[in-house]
Write a protein that binds this ligand. Structure first.
Ligand SMILES: NC(=O)c1ccc[n+]([C@@H]2O[C@H](COP(=O)([O-])OP(=O)(O)OC[C@H]3O[C@@H](n4cnc5c(N)ncnc54)[C@H](O)[C@@H]3O)[C@@H](O)[C@H]2O)c1
Ligand SMILES: N[C@H](CO)Cc1c[nH]c[nH+]1
Ligand SMILES: [Zn+2]
Length: 424
């Protein structure tokens, strides 16, 4: 872990992986073929990239049942409790339609309508997290989305990991397709004989998934292009070095490109955390990933005073921020940019990844400056409602027509003025 000053921060800026020219071309070809050839292309690409010949693309009832049987009842109830917490948090995010009637009889409003169909991408391999199934599906369900389809690559054995199926089963999602990569994104965007077209695609994935989401954006909506996980810890001498080190490693373990940063004014704490990270990393089963990540992206920003430390956090705009200071709630008002803020020594980041309720799909790469966690609003859209009364049009028709002529739009002016015939 490198110790550095706040002035070194700009040199750490990372950008989202844009892929190579070759990868972009390959994704464009995959999308075009799936769009025109449907299931046949999906099967061909699954054979080529996943080494699996798909018989049934859709997960069967028996496969769900098998996944359910594979785990013990206690684990099922942990998942159910986590799902209930996540649901209850997202219920609070719901907004309602509103309608206002003015004294002249005009009614203006905003009507909220859930999107009709959402598609969730669940990555394969070691990143096939059941928790991410919850975090993508629950806000959609709370928003009122009626059709939810899930895609996820098949393992070498042609199966979807039990944990992912179990999470889908707990939420009542039974449209799960064993397809991954750009072909899955294309199938969700344009529909095939088997996979239904959706209006919005959410969920993380590798570079092929990210490039495909960028390509189809516009034809459908997408959530965001998620980068590798990040954590920043703002701590003073009251914090425990071992706990900070464990939390930094919790995100370093996700990916070789994950970023873990301690921001502090205490040189003693900096040295202790550095030491603790080196000791703890040795004991992590995913040491290969964690070890690399800590060397490459684990760092400590040593600040002159608390004000500079808060400014450093705002400059980083981390996906996750832990505040482990003497008075974390006093710092909350000063934090402007962070995807999720964990306050106090008991709010370790994994509490939020799995259980507390807030969403763990969060803005990365500094995008917390302008974007928010995945939430219920991502699955609804708003229509403006305008019902002008006769009295209102009488009062304002000339102003509107004049505004239209100022823009050179005579047709607009006349559309309003023709109604004056009703009262002349
Ligand atoms: N930010 C987050 O919250 C978060 C969470 C989980 C996972 N992730 C990311 O998801 C990714 C998971 O990656 P993964 O690869 O294990 O699973 P994945 O599901 O993202 O991708 C697997 C698919 O990629 C396609 N593919 C593989 N090689 C290809 C090639 N040469 N050309 C075209 N397509 C190809 C295959 O079709 C395969 O189905 C990681 O990058 C991880 O960091 C991020
Ligand atoms: N921390 C990850 C993204 O921020 C989410 C996750 C899933 N499982 C464990 N963690
Ligand atoms: Zn995590």
């Amino acid at each position: 872990m490198r110790i550095m000053n706040k002035s070194d921060l700009p040199s750490l800026k990372r950008s989202v992986d844009q892929g190579t020219e070759e990868q972009r071309k390959s994704v464009q070809t995959i999308i075009a073929r799936v769009k025109h050839e449907g299931d046949e292309a999906v099967r061909a690409f699954t054979e080529q990239f996943d080494g699996v010949t798909l018989e049934d693309m859709k997960v069967t009832k028996e496969e769900f049942e098998q996944a359910y049987q594979s785990v013990d009842g206690e684990f099922v109830s942990i998942l159910e409790e986590a799902a209930a917490n996540i649901r209850s948090f997202h219920e609070k995010q719901k907004t309602s339609s509103w309608f206002d009637t003015n004294s002249d009889g005009t009614m203006l409003g905003q009507k909220i309508t859930p999107i009709e169909a959402a598609g969730v991408y669940v990555p394969g391999g070691t990143a096939a997290y059941p928790s991410s199934v919850f975090m993508n599906v629950i806000p959609a369900q709370v928003a009122g989305v009626e059709k939810i389809a899930m895609v996820t690559p098949p393992g070498k054995d042609g199966r979807v990991p039990d944990g992912v199926l179990l999470a889908a089963h707990i939420l009542g999602v039974d449209h799960v397709y064993k397809v991954g990569g750009a072909q899955a994104v294309a199938a969700l965007a344009y529909g095939t004989e088997t996979i239904p077209a959706v209006d919005k695609i959410t969920g993380p994935g590798n570079v092929f998934v990210a490039l495909a989401k960028r390509e189809v954006f516009g034809d459908v909506d997408i959530d965001m292009i998620a980068g590798p996980s990040e954590i920043a810890v703002l701590a003073d001498e009251t914090a425990k070095a071992e706990e900070i080190a464990a939390d930094l490693l919790s995100q370093a373990e996700h990916d070789a490109r994950s970023s873990s940063v301690l921001v502090t004014t205490s040189p003693e704490l900096a040295e202790d955390v550095k030491e603790a990270v080196l000791q703890q990393v040795e004991k992590l089963p995913r040491k290969e990933i964690a070890g690399k990540s800590v060397e490459d992206y684990g760092m400590i920003v040593l600040c002159r005073d608390h004000e500079e430390a808060v400014a450093a956090v705002n400059e980083i705009a981390p996906e996750h921020l832990e505040v482990m200071t003497a008075a974390p709630f006093d710092d909350l008002g000063k934090i402007k940019h962070a995807g999720a803020i964990f306050l106090g020594p008991y709010s370790s980041e994994p509490v939020g990844d799995y259980f507390a309720g807030p969403n763990h799909v969060l803005p990365t790469n500094g995008t917390a400056r302008f974007s928010s966690p995945l939430n219920v609003d991502d699955f609804v859209k708003k229509s403006s409602i305008i019902s002008y009364s006769e009295q209102a049009l009488k009062t304002h028709a000339d102003k509107i027509a004049r505004f239209a002529r100022l823009e050179g739009l005579e047709g607009h002016a006349r559309a309003v003025e023709i109604r004056k015939e009703r009262w002349t």
